[in-house]
Write a protein that binds this ligand. Sequence first.
Ligand code: SF4
Ligand code: SF4
Length: 295
Amino acid sequence: CVCPGTISQDLLERTKKHPCYSADAHHKYARIHLPVAPRCNIQCNYCNRKFDCVNESRPGVTSEVLTPQLAKEKFQWVKEQIAELSVVGIAGPGDALADWQFTRETIEQIKEIDNDVTFCLSTNGLMLPEYAPEIVDLGIHHVTVTANALDPEIGAKIYKHVSYKGQKYEGAKAAELLSLNQLAGIEYLAKHEVLVKVNIVLIKGINDRHIPDLVKKVKELGAFITNIMPLIPAPGSAFEDYPQTSMKEINEMRNICQLDIQQMRHCRQCRADAVGLLHEDRSQEFRMCNRPPAE
Ligand code: SF4
Ligand code: SF4
């Protein structure tokens, strides 16, 4: 497992410069999310990816979707402007593994021109049993899996449906399939020196009491850190009228779970095309339509 004391020197150095995995790094090092994976294979009740607004800031939202070639060009442009860029992440705007061929091609293309940058993926985990070996082979050492429930009955209230290998599942069956794949994927990655961050959306009255069990389980499977986040009910989503969870409630839950595993406390719930330091949003400045013409 990847306990902090057992990771390689190279991974330790990379993690020190990863603004999400290292609290000390987030004022110094920047990340870019490249929005190359537009599709998603599940429907979370809190998500409405059709909603795009320049003031919007939450995962799943982007102002542009790029091909791997354009993503590489955007990386080059941003890298020239932001010297402290240390991480390239693929966070959708759908699921990085639902469009795995685009995600993989983007990473391969960037690796050809920059061997130092650290790659990071975020996924709902449905396709991890298929792609985890390729993730390891590509040298991706930081993966975020969003997992909100172990119990299929609870999961059934969070996920509307799951599409897996050509079949659509609903209700507890969908939630169970998703959870089993997430857990198998987390275990595989952790056994292969990947630092797994598990994002958990706290939805009051739905999964809040269940979160400590979920955290214990992912810790047992080798997760490195958990990131308990407030529900941001997207307009038009099934949870549109749910109250946004307060930071007081989030911090109380983090304090309980801290006894089992380290907690991320500085997540900004960034857009799928976020650019810059975590506390700044330069996504509009670095839209490809604003790129200066080549000389
Ligand atoms: Fe939206 Fe992400 Fe859920 Fe897909 S996995 S429905 S993109 S929040
Ligand atoms: Fe880091 Fe959270 Fe932003 Fe992801 S959403 S890049 S974990 S701060």
